[in-house]
Design a protein around this ligand. Structure first.
Ligand SMILES: Nc1nc2c(ncn2[C@@H]2O[C@H](COP(=O)(O)OP(=O)(O)OP(=O)(O)O)[C@@H](O)[C@H]2O)c(=O)[nH]1
Ligand SMILES: [Mg+2]
Length: 507
């Protein structure tokens, strides 16, 4: 199986530099120092991901030949591409930027509508923060109705390097989405559910039959989700002339328009946040325990309102915070479980959902599901046993109380457990951090720091040591691959090799 990514953009925007730094292991400092020749025609390479049984072909198109790629029959090159990476220099004029993006959107819409577009507004080191903010606002106004497009602000200068690398990891993840069940599946599911809302919202009033037809999903699944959404007060059903007419309640309307964006990869909703300031996200934020029907019973949080604060968004120009109703998540999970055969899902425990700043994972226990919310970069495997043991004990020791909760809906007896849960979360975070500090485990946060260090290490090695330089390049490529493949064991080995190289050369 192979996927295709195309770099396209005006001449001199930085396409080849980005390609060489992130896919060929070259040093960013070196490439910023010595300008590359403009690209002629098209250059390509293949990134192999054996663990995922996939290859990704990466095509870099010469900016000087854009007429050829965009206005002649050669635009065929875009057909079947999973992702178009549009690289544009942020110092370019607004009109130039928007016209180029518009052109690519139109091209995508006509010849390859399922292709995702990522626009990298590159070299932000050369412009003021004010200019970046201005462009963000303009983009939001101009392109908010477009689908399957995302914008990132990037630079290869040291202070932006790790962030830009993170974007490339995200880009690769999107490119490989279908085959990373851990992160893609539930996201799709939530999106599917939101499509129901979206469809109803679009039509204002719709009969159940037409809705089934339009969504083209198993009828039972859709009706189950509708039932849940009616119970939550987001949808209402009116029975008129033998037809069930669905419409959104006001509550549902406000809610879902925001949420649709919360769980897409869109980062445009965060224009006020500066690129350098990384919000510190705790390793494990909280958990929700629900019964098999998706009714939440109990919530543990690291601190009061921890889940809400990481899952919600500040809406610009309007200080209201619209929280995502996390208690809907167990409902989605339960729906998936009930219809897993129809949806062709085999392994139900271990789903993940990645929002913009957190990731969730579902553990199944007899009669219950436990959803853990965490930092998207953590290495869950390292603490899986601890989590399992804690919940097995919890359910065993409090069986009666949980049963009362399930059977009568009365959960007062469970409340004292919240304190226990919080203390456990605090301890779990501490022990996770300890393992990281002691290098017993690697996680993605760590791996990104390592990647940055290796990119710098290149400069410290004398150019005559060409074999070592090749090793450094290879190391960079391997780290990127292992992050994409979620291979934390391999990352640990790579960290060790990096350390060896560092002690030999960074004297
Ligand atoms: N300041 C700054 N310069 C950059 C950055 N990234 C790339 N450059 C510089 O931009 C110039 C052009 O880079 P290329 O990668 O050759 O541009 P390209 O898009 O491949 O150009 P064509 O091949 O003509 O289409 C080079 O001098 C790079 O060093 C960055 O993040 N910041
Ligand atoms: Mg080039």
């Amino acid at each position: 199986m192979s996927e295709k990514i195309i770099f396209v953009g005006p001449p001199g925007a930085g396409k080849t530099t980005l390609r060489k730094v992130f896919f060929e292991g070259e040093s960013s400092t070196k490439l910023l120092e010595y300008t590359l020749e403009p690209t002629y025609g098209e250059e390509s390479l293949i990134m192999k991901l054996p663990d995922l049984n996939k290859d990704v072909g990466i095509f870099d198109l010469a900016g000087q030949e854009n007429e050829r790629w965009l206005d002649t029959d050669e635009k065929r090159i875009f057909i079947g591409t999973k992702l178009i990476l549009v690289v544009i220099d942020t110092i370019s004029g607004h009109d130039e930027i928007f016209q180029f993006i518009r052109k690519i959107i139109d091209l995508r819409n006509t010849i390859t509508p399922s292709t995702y577009i990522f626009v990298l507004l590159h070299k932000i080191d050369l412009v003021s923060e004010k200019k970046v903010r201005e462009i963000k606002t303009l983009i939001k106004n101009k392109f908010s109705n477009e689908t399957s497009i995302n914008f990132f602000f990037t630079s290869l200068k040291r202070e932006y390097f790790t962030k830009t690398f993170s974007y490339f990891i995200d880009i690769m993840k999107v490119c490989l989405q279908e085959i990373i069940p851990d992160e893609g599946l539930l996201l799709n599911m939530v999106e599917e559910s939101l499509k129901i809302i979206h469809q109803i919202d679009k039509e204002m009033v719709i009969t159940k039959d037409i809705l089934y037809e339009k969504l083209n999903r198993p009828e039972k699944l859709v009706s189950y989700l509708i039932e849940g959404l009616v119970n939550k007060g987001h949808i209402e059903i009116k029975h008129i002339e033998n037809k069930d007419l669905l419409s959104l309640t006001n509550k549902g309307k406000v809610y879902y328009q925001k949420i649709l964006k919360d769980f897409s990869y869109s980062r445009l909703e965060e224009p006020e946040r500066e690129i350098e300031i990384e919000e510190q996200i705790p390793s494990i934020i909280g958990t929700i325990i629900a019964d098999k029907d998706g009714r939440s019973l109990l919530k543990f949080e690291l601190f009061d309102n921890a889940l809400k604060s990481f899952i919600s968004h500040n809406i610009p120009n309007d200080d209201t915070v619209i929280p995502f109703d996390i208690e809907l998540i167990p409902m989605f999970i339960s729906a998936m479980e009930k219809f897993s055969l129809e949806l062709n899902i085999q392994n139900l425990t271990g789903f993940g959902l990645k929002g913009s700043n957190l990731k969730m994972h579902v553990f199944g226990y007899e009669g219950y599901t436990v959803t853990i919310f965490m930092n998207p970069n953590i290495n869950l495997k390292a603490i899986e046993n601890k989590i399992n043991n804690f919940f097995k004990n919890l359910f065993e020791e409090n069986r009666d109380k949980f049963e009362v909760g399930i059977n009568t809906g009365k959960i007062n007896d469970l409340f004292p457990l919240m304190e226990t849960g919080r203390n456990w979360l605090i301890e779990l975070n501490k022990s996770y951090q300890k393992m990281i500090i002691n290098s017993e485990i690697m996680d993605k946060e760590n791996a990104k720091v390592l990647y940055n260090k290796i990119d710098e290490l290149y400069n410290e090695i004398n150019q005559e040591f060409s074999i070592t330089l090749e090793k450094v390049k290879k190391l960079k490529i391997n780290i990127m691959q292992s992050i994409i493949e979620n291979d934390f064991e391999e990352l640990k080995k790579l960290a060790k090799s990096a350390q060896d190289l560092k002690t030999r050369f960074a004297l």
